[in-house]
Design a protein around this ligand. Structure first.
Ligand SMILES: CC(=O)N[C@H]1[C@@H](OP(=O)(O)OP(=O)(O)OC[C@H]2O[C@@H](n3ccc(=O)[nH]c3=O)[C@H](O)[C@@H]2O)O[C@H](CO)[C@@H](O)[C@@H]1O
Ligand SMILES: C=C(OP(=O)(O)O)C(=O)O
Length: 426
């Protein structure tokens, strides 16, 4: 298992290029299942979850090829023969549930393994199942698999429905959006997720001939069409706001002056406001986001919630900033019930944090001290890297396969900014 070795204490300076968003790439690869025509996605991040999704699509019979070393991916789902997602391929990646909606819509049937449990919470998929049932699918869960079929409907087509989920669900909204494009009649999604990745997916689907309005709001309306086609030009995946946010937090904690190329400031409002409160100077000019931090950060409390509020996927990283801040911060996690797994590891680096249920209280210290720590999930790993960048001495972050799941070349990008960080391959 690979590890990262970080010698902390160096500020970050220079320019870093932000990759395409993992959480947009994953549904958009699945959207290719909705058409028989070959299509191209651009700005696809080369990270582990994307490779897993490619394996899954190939296992169904789809053709998926990178164009050389670029970030362009050619997809051809015209050759799909088996609408199935087996456990061996989905166990490391919850987003495999995103194959369910498009497979059902195009083939009238799908067998998708229940995604594996995850460190950050139990993460049930009951809402996905309930919504697709409302669209006319017969669904049973047997031997760990979701077995879905459209019975007794003309041409095996789903039917439009009005779906109001119990809570806002990002991948749930994406599954319904993709399924509804090829359903008969109108689907209305109430309580829909408004995350930029959902909007980007909707924009891709519209380029493929889908009739969608209201994306980016809590009410999305989809008129089903007979078939979808490839977009006329390659669709470029929206920049990863969570990767950008992770670099912003790294600079806020370690100090320095960094320009982020290819990031979208308008997708980061909640985080930028918090980092300004913490003392960072942040400006957006000509598609670049520039952060400069010359003092110790001030502690900033926050509460995670659905977009446009503060993202749960940035909670661990801003907690790491608070670990070295002056003052005390209260952090409330409202999306996942077990997303403080990084706390014990940050404490091993000398942080002062107390957890009570979904609330963590961080009392900042002047300096963290390097140690060996273990990554427990994707964003927890990122928070440990940030902490390591501003800790005294050497920090070793073990089990970074979690980090590789969702970040493209993180250590190389940080090294380019002057960090002393290297990968130790097992
Ligand atoms: C691939 C992807 O895009 N992942 C993101 C997506 O995950 P994901 O789409 O899995 O997260 P959801 O938005 O669905 O989860 C929100 C909450 O609803 C609950 N829930 C969800 C569905 C369901 O059927 N039943 C249920 O109880 C979840 O357990 C959680 O407590 O949104 C999360 C919340 O912004 C992010 O942290 C993830 O990075
Ligand atoms: C939790 C995350 O991803 P996933 O939903 O793929 O587990 C994340 O990106 O932080």
């Amino acid at each position: 298992m690979d590890k990262l070795l970080i010698r902390g204490g160096k500020p970050l300076n220079g320019t870093v290029t932000i990759s395409g968003a993992k959480n947009a790439a994953l549904p958009e690869l699945c959207a290719a299942l909705l058409t028989e025509e070959p299509m191209v996605l651009d700005n696809v991040p080369r990270l582990q979850d994307v490779q897993t999704m490619i394996k899954l699509l190939r296992n169904m019979g789809a053709g998926v090829e990178w164009q050389g070393d670029s970030h362009r991916l050619q997809l051809n789902a015209g050759t799909v023969t088996s609408p199935e997602a087996p456990y061996e391929l989905v166990k490391t990646m919850r987003a495999s549930i995103l194959a369910l909606g498009p497979l059902l819509a195009r083939f009238g049937e799908a067998t998708v393994s229940l995604p594996g449990g995850c460190a950050i919470g139990s993460r049930p998929v009951d809402q996905h199942i309930k919504g697709l049932q409302a669209m006319g699918a017969d669904i049973r869960v047997e031997h760990g698999y979701i077995i879905a079929k459209v019975n007794g409907r003309p041409n095996g087509k789903l039917q439009g429905a009005r779906i109001t989920t119990d809570m806002i669900t990002v991948t749930g909204t994406e599954n319904f959006l993709m399924a509804a494009c090829l359903a008969e009649g109108e689907t209305v999604l109430e309580n829909a997720a408004q995350e930029p990745e959902v909007t980007d997916l909707a924009e891709l689907l519209i380029k493929m001939g889908a009739k969608i309005t209201g994306h980016g709001t809590s009410r999305i309306v989809i008129q089903g069409v007979e078939r979808l086609h490839a977009p006329q030009e390659a669709h470029s995946i929206v920049p990863d706001r969570i990767e950008a946010g992770t670099f912003l937090c790294a600079v806020a904690a370690a100090g320095g002056d960094v320009a982020l190329v290819g990031s979208r400031a308008d997708h980061l409002d909640a985080l930028i406001e918090k980092l300004r409160e913490a003392g960072a100077s942040i400006n957006a000019i000509n598609g670049q986001l520039r952060i400069s931090m010359s003092t110790r950060p001030l502690a900033v409390g926050f509460r995670t919630s659905e977009y446009p509020a503060f993202p749960t996927d940035m909670q661990a990283q801003l907690m790491a900033v608070n670990c070295v801040a002056s003052g005390m911060a209260r952090i409330s996690e409202t999306i996942f019930e077990n997303r403080f797994m990084h706390v014990n590891e940050l404490v091993r680096l000398g942080a002062h944090i107390e957890v009570d249920g979904h609330m963590a209280v961080v009392s900042g210290v002047e300096r963290l001290s390097g140690a060996t720590v273990m990554a427990t999930d994707l964003r927890a790993s990122a928070s440990l890297v940030i902490a390591g960048l501003c800790a005294d001495g050497e920090t070793v972050v073990d089990r970074i396969y979690h980090l590789d799941r969702g970040y493209e070349q993180m250590e190389a990008k940080l090294r380019g900014l002057g960090a002393d960080i290297e990968r130790i391959s097992a």
